[in-house]
Design a binder for this molecule. Structure first.
Ligand SMILES: Cc1ncc(COP(=O)(O)O)c(C=O)c1O
Length: 364
């Protein structure tokens, strides 16, 4: 018998594991986390609340306190809310319940790579539509992709990771008219201009699902907490696929405490957005092509976009890392191989990144 008597499912044989290296760099600007820890009072509250919890018992299966708090904050009915361990798990639940071998999911690439990965993990067929020159989804491209693939689920990401722009409202409208389910992942919406969210469209569209996370603007990536808003029938189906007690007591307490400190986040979000704009402006002054971003990161070309040079991009990425700055690169993406994505962090992290980039470029 071989040393690996049972390989993974055949349909996953070519699925690469998610890799964004967690390297010990001094300045980590590669995973779009918040550079700020959550407020101290929030952490104290969680620690205090934990003391009176019966950890020998399973957690509240329906996370009632957290669902109530989130309903109050979002103004969306508790019957239409679903909470899981990060929005990645929210997406997994969606695909487990609504995907599967007979269903097709349509994404517009490049976008968050986990959409297609998670869909495939849940056995769902994945089809890819394209984006335009500045990564928007043109109406005719959306229409053409919908006609060609006849998807059951269409996924948008707004602002889109890794390109940074708000999705086209008309492309989403077209998808809503055509597909049984349209998911809009708004993981970074708090960093965008006011009024950019597609949340107001929920009332009028029973097939729209909005996903969000506590990992970015809420400074709680370590707590693993994400949620979706949809019409209640979506939640009724999701109940079929979740594991019992999927949200730990710790996670629920962290979420409830976070909702009590909502205001503490606004200043930090504004500071991060200011760093994002400074990064974009400085990169522009260095003569690099920068994609306008409404998120907490900036995607930029490392050279002439019309003549992609992945080797040069890799060398720049390595040059930054050698100087203690870790950013994101996409060596295996056909369209992003000459780009880098940098997360907006603290002002001093922006300084370190810009200086490392200048030196790297000068030395090349
Ligand atoms: C668009 C998008 N959705 C979801 C996630 C995952 O978030 P979570 O930490 O809530 O699983 C990320 C993380 O980078 C993301 O970029």
């Amino acid at each position: 018998m071989s040393d690996r008597p049972l390989g993974a499912r055949g349909d996953l044989a070519d699925l690469a594991p998610y890799i964004s290296p967690q390297l010990p760099a001094k300045v980590r600007l590669n995973t779009n986390e918040s550079p700020y820890p959550p407020p101290k009072e929030l952490v104290d509250e969680v620690a205090e609340a934990l003391r009176s919890e019966a950890l020998n018992r399973y957690p509240d299966r329906d996370a009632n306190a957290l669902v109530d708090g989130l309903a109050a904050r979002t103004g969306w009915s508790r019957e239409g809310l679903w909470i899981a361990n990060g929005s990645n798990e929210v997406l997994l639940h969606l695909f487990l319940a609504f995907g599967g071998p007979e269903r097709t999911c349509l994404t517009f690439e490049p976008t968050y790579s986990l959409f297609s990965n998670i869909a495939r993990i849940a056995g769902t067929q994945v089809a890819a539509g394209a984006r335009g020159p500045t990564w928007e989804v043109p109406d005719d491209t959306a229409q053409e992709a919908l006609d060609r693939h006849d998807p059951d689920i269409v996924v948008f990401c707004s602002p889109n990771n890794p390109t940074g722009a708000i999705e086209s409202a008309s492309a989403i409208e077209i998808a809503l008219q055509r597909a049984p389910m349209v998911v809009v992942d708004e993981a970074y919406i708090e960093f965008a201009r006011r009024g950019s969210s597609f949340r107001p469209m929920l009332e009028a569209h029973r097939n729209l699902v909005i996903v969000n996370t506590f990992s970015k603007a809420w400074s709680l990536a370590g707590a693993r907490l994400g949620y979706l808003m949809a019409t209640p029938w979506v939640i009724e189906e999701l109940l079929r696929v979740r594991l019992p007690y999927h949200l730990s007591t710790f996670t629920q307490l962290a979420g409830v405490a976070a909702l009590g400190h909502e205001d503490a986040g606004a200043e930090r979000v504004a500071a991060i957005a200011a760093e994002r704009d400074r990064i974009a402006a400085e990169l522009g002054e260095m003569g690099l092509d920068v994609y306008p971003s409404q998120a907490n990161f900036v995607l930029f070309e490392t050279g002439d976009r019309t003549q992609p040079d992945p080797e040069r991009t890799r060398a720049i990425w390595q040059g930054l890392l050698d100087r203690g700055v870790l950013v994101r690169h996409y060596p295996s993406s056909p369209v992003l191989a000459s780009t880098l994505r940098v997360t907006a962090g603290l002002p001093e992290e922006t300084d370190a990144f810009l200086e490392a980039l200048r030196t790297t470029l000068e030395e090349m």
